[in-house]
Design a binder for this molecule. Sequence first.
Ligand code: ATP
Ligand code: FE2
Length: 326
Amino acid sequence: MIVLGLESTAHTFGASIMDNNKIISSENAMFTTEEGGMIPKLIIEHHLENFDKVIRTALKNAGKSMKDVELVSFSQSPGIGSVLQLGAVIARSLALKNKIPIIGVNHCVAHLEIARLLTGFEDPVMLYVSGANTQIIAFQEGKYRVFGETLDMGAGNFIDHFGRLIGLGFPAGKKIEESALKGKNFVELPYNVKGMDVNFGGLYTNLKQKIESKQYNINDLCYSVQETVFAELVEISERALAHCSKKELVVAGGVGCNKRLQEMCRIMCKERGAKFKPLPAEYAADNAAMIAWTGLLKYDSSGADKMEDTIINQRTRTEEVEVAWR
Ligand code: ATP
Ligand code: FE2
């Protein structure tokens, strides 16, 4: 079955063509800015300018036209309301015009499903660490359950906020990763793990003070931020593996592109006899293949959505999603 997946929850507008479980093409246009963060109005302008080109390129690179598409899948929840709405309207228009079934999927679950597809892991624990989200998730009794999460901002948002303090623009994760490689001295920072949860607000305030004091080398701070935050994430991942008696770990979400985080996960898994596989960067971060794939899984198990059921939801949580395909 040929599926067109559309991603539109936040900074990225993406389109992907999948032929059953094969990714044939995956195209993205990502909103970036030198100053400030994600301003919904600017993201909408960006997506409006780019959606047509992105969809056409995805079709062209797959050697397909809209006539070949048999299912349209779109990101229905969660995300920025207006951005979700735009994606839903585009998906509905394409489905109606071309008389093809439509299906809405949860963006967070889609990160997890593409991770399962690409690693070949059956039943992994998933560290989902993106801009807005930081959760440790495993499948139990018919649902993806959240075993631990951030109590304030997502690790990626924290990283981007820290990036703004040091003038890096948005997104900052990759640039901080590069600076961290030049850091030589570890600076002790607040380490906030509470049970299975983490939080970053205190760390942010502490860093703000350190930066204002001008007493610290920026590369050292980048290095120390990564070591501290990633140690927290690896600690809760390890505890989740033990608690759920699972043997595989994947890291999904944009922060999962970070090589140091991947290395720390690999070391932890090796030490406890579990398996770890990193995802290619383009499928760890927001992408539309994950939407196409999850749409196909949902379609195969439950059929298409009715048009009136394609209303977006900004806040659906991972554990609310019906996972009929597992
Ligand atoms: P979600 O809607 O799932 O929360 P998102 O919209 O925030 O996702 P993602 O693409 O999954 O989008 O993640 C983006 C985040 O990943 C940004 O905060 C960015 O700084 C961070 N990031 C990207 N690359 C790296 C990296 N190499 N190291 C650390 N963080 C990174
Ligand atoms: Fe995402």
